[in-house]
Design a protein around this ligand. Structure first.
Ligand code: CDP
Ligand code: CDP
Length: 228
């Protein structure tokens, strides 16, 4: 059996990381871990339990009881996120979570807890993990690092379509503003900011079809595995 690798996919918001990562994982028979869903779940918990972002004691207590798991829904063919046993997949994609998540993800205590879990999830390799700090912090030794980017308007149009399919009608300018704001917080925060790792392969998805970008990454993965 060929050697399994870790594929780290980082990049800006809504440029196609998670859907591409999912498809790449399926083609390679790898596991897929959506680390953004973990930060979104923590945000939901903080909101539901009124955890203040300026109260380290409250944050530590909350992190002790937060349990995030991913389960594959065979019927729908999708991965779903569970927070303390409840399926939160739909809730964590709503705009009120998107508006708050980057401030939660900038908290050092939150990142420490999430990174520890992510390292455990990827320990056995054979995983595709997407996020903002996977190639730089979580798995700096990942055998393949991808940095995804795309024009902000194109990203916003894609996200708007996704939200529409989930029966949420959101103004394009509001989405552009949300993406810009999150990109700014994610790239300028003190704790593991979004950076383009020097050894990452850059994939600009603006003018690629979904199949093209998946194919490009699968090809890069096969080449990396063959070189092991
Ligand atoms: O899918 P989308 O690009 O909208 O975002 P996401 O991947 O679900 O991540 C939501 C937010 O979580 C990001 O805007 C980041 O603030 C944070 N995040 C992070 O800080 N580190 C990660 N490894 C993944 C997400
Ligand atoms: O994870 P991230 O926020 O980077 O992106 P995503 O949640 O995968 O959302 C990207 C959306 O753009 C999905 O609905 C994709 O199907 C769509 N899309 C894409 O990723 N790449 C293209 N070339 C065209 C559309």
């Amino acid at each position: 059996m060929s050697k399994k690798i870790v594929i780290a996919i980082d990049g800006y918001s809504a440029c196609g990381k998670s859907s591409t990562a999912k498809a790449v994982a399926a083609q390679l028979g790898y596991g897929y871990i959506d680390t953004g869903a973990m930060y979104r779940s923590v945000t939901l918990y903080f909101k539901e339990h009124n955890v203040s972002l300026t109260d380290p004691k409250g944050i530590k207590e909350a992190l002790k009881v937060i349990d995030i798991r991913f389960k594959y829904n065979k019927q729908e063919g999708v991965n779903e996120t569970f927070l303390n046993g409840t399926n939160v997949e739909k809730e964590i994609r709503k705009m009120y979570i998107s508006d708050a998540v980057s401030d939660v993800a900038a908290i050092g205590l939150v990142r420490e807890a999430m990174v520890e879990q992510q390292r455990k999830m990827g320990k056995k390799k054979g995983v595709v993990m997407d996020g903002r700090d996977i190639g730089s912090v979580v798995f700096p030794d990942a055998e393949l690092k991808i940095f995804m980017t795309a024009d902000v308007r194109i990203r916003a149009e894609r996200r708007q379509k996704e939200l529409f399919e989930q029966k949420q009608i959101v103004n394009l300018e509001e989405i552009i503003e949300n993406l810009r704001k999150r990109d700014r917080i994610d790239t300028t925060r003190a704790e593991s900011p979004l950076v383009q790792p020097e050894d990452a392969k850059v994939v600009d998805t603006s003018f690629l079809t979904f199949e093209e970008q998946v194919g490009e990454i699968v090809k890069a993965a096969e080449k990396t595995v063959a070189a092991q």
